[in-house]
Design a protein around this ligand. Sequence first.
Ligand code: 5AD
Length: 340
Amino acid sequence: MPIKTETSADIVKLLALTDERAIGVLFAYADAVRKKEAGDEVHLRAIIEFSNYCVNDCLYCGLRKSRKNLHRYRMTDEEILAAVRKADELGYKTVVLQSGDDLFYSADDISCLVGKIKNQFDMAVTLSCGERSFEEYKEMRAAGADRYLLKHETANKKLYEKLHPGQSFEMRLKILGWLKELGFQTGSGSMVGLPGQTLEDIAEDILLFKKMDIDMIGIGPFIPHGDTPLAGSSAGTADMVLKTLAITRIVTRNTHLPATTALETIDPLGGQKALECGANVIMPNLTPQKYREDYQIYPGKICVFETADDCASCVRGMVKSIGRTVSSGRGDSLKIKKTQ
Ligand code: 5AD
């Protein structure tokens, strides 16, 4: 069966597959594309969730500013640097500094921190701290930040704006354009199973990743959080996330695709299943244990009671168990490599 992914209609057909055998063929093809384009190495990105303050009020998110029953924290520079040192000791070659949209940190503050990390460690630095001005991103890039993650979340403008009060879809896309222009390896991503989202919308997410030539794409299920306005909604399914991931691999080819923590949260085998249908990246948690409970963007997030060491050995064991290897390199954009 030839697998067609040219148009939105082609993709919707694949997303609608229910026949196990047909889904198996789709996954096997995605796995072959992953092997050809990204190889057998799995890249590990250590994620440090350094602040859970947020100025935004996204309807789905457990860190939304209206949520009053959450203990808010900010890690100090010393705590962040200690977590980066731990990541270095555990052999990670990338650190991802993630937070809510916390304007307490100026671009200077973030740039200064990036400078310190780049001085002390031979690691790629990814930032994931929300929407800023062009000038601010420019300063962070000049300080040495290599990559930036800012998911478009959904390509349906109406749904995007309903879920993100006060934010605009055009601005989100404009910022992704700036990040690319500034030379960041740029990450985006989306949620699957959002209330009101259709298969056509998911197809548009995939086509948008392709159109924007995104370097890394995180796709996870929507998981309703009890302390948000979407508390009563149903969650995305692991099956739909895996189909979306597989099609994204086939359509975008040489991209980095993580097995997301959200997927592992709804399916204990989600990590390995993702690695076997297109994914080539895992993001182990390096946030100090005492803060983990307060960074539950969605409920039931895995690894809340684990330590950095626990997560490191668990991830390495899982990668080995499916016959893949852990990369010892930085895992820069596959698009850069191609043009060199
Ligand atoms: N369910 C699943 N993923 C979520 N995110 C935020 N809230 C939820 C939720 N309720 C994801 C978004 C965001 C990332 C940090 O976490 O995609 O970009």
